[in-house]
Design a protein around this ligand. Sequence first.
Ligand code: PMT
Length: 400
Amino acid sequence: MDYSLKDKNIILGVCGGIAAYKSVELLRLLKKGQANVRVIMTRNALHFVGPLTFEALSGTAVCTSLFTANDPAAIRHIDWAAAADAVVVAPATANIIGKIAGGLADDALSTFLLAVTCPVILCPSMNTHMYENKAMQRNLQRLKADGLLVLAPESGQLACGTTGPGRLPEPEVILDRVVSCLSPQDLKGKNILVTAGPTREPVDPVRFMSNPSSGKMGYAVARAAQHRGARTTLIAGPVSLADPPHVNLIRVNTAREMASAVFDNMDRAHVIIKAAAVSDYRAKEIAAHKIKKENDEIVLSFQKNQDILKEVGRRKKHQILVGFAAETQALEANAVKKMTEKNLDMIVGNLVGSPDSGFHSDTNTVAFFFKDGSREALDPMEKDTIAHILLDRIVEKFLK
Ligand code: PMT
């Protein structure tokens, strides 16, 4: 199954609000995901951002009116509506919200919105008092009841000087909502716990032992699970990735912190996926002060960390437990051994040691091994795609 934005037809509606500049970045992100994007701007939006910017980024003419001279597509709003996979209106002003709540069609965008049958995401953005106005809230309730998706505005200081709800969410958050609404909701009602990234084991106040895990693989799994409707908790070691929207993110540093976060959250999880690269050892003693370079050689003592996955395997009741095995050789033998020793339902054998697989890369080479003895090797591919295939297999094998 294809869960990406690639070749999806997305309509971006832009209304006249100060946040219209963020729609330009949203368009860029949609195009980066290889979606086909067409833009409809209201007349007021033209006061904030010129259509040329949207035309250059989308590669197609922007629709600003139903009655453009020399336009061969006379009923363009109907054609576009029929082909659309999703519509996102960002920013959605009080005016457009009022019009569509009342079923009015007096310009290109409102007329188009009456004609669409695909999911519509509205991103209200306006002054706090306007947003909290009873008529506005009544309109939003009505639109939600009609099946439109409303992405609540963020709170903060607004361009008009007031502080409160009304700010358009960042383009990445809106993009995330678009991807969710195009994804199957086959994990709805499930709690999924994912671990990602490395752990850091301090040696002194300024040094630590760790590994090169970037967190990309685990974050991809958490994002995919959230897009597919799961309530997702992500326990992450120190990484420099953006927080995935709508995911309960718990940050930890050491293996011991990761262990207690996992044990605290495992009971309510239906599925636990451990992609983190946990340090196997920690310093026996952490120096109170920076170790000075007085000697040519120093010897540090390390002691074994608890194997978190093994302990979860011992305690687990109803949970589906999935581990990862980072291996440079004998992938199958080593991965299957870990699956058995740790009482797992499935393990992802991960070939590490080359620049395009394993640590830090955007792509990965993995094979799945299941406790029933079956296996599946995947071609090298993007970590985001692997994450979805992994969830596909978990759904097919364990959740049906
Ligand atoms: O983060 P990226 O840069 O995207 O890289 C992804 C990855 C290579 C880190 C990831 O795909 C991966 O393979 N993760 C597992 C790395 C690892 O620690 O493998 P392992 O074979 O040492 O451990 C086996 C399993 O036991 C893992 O699920 C691990 O989370 C778990 N473990 C290990 C040690 C420990 N003390 N506690 C654990 O829970």
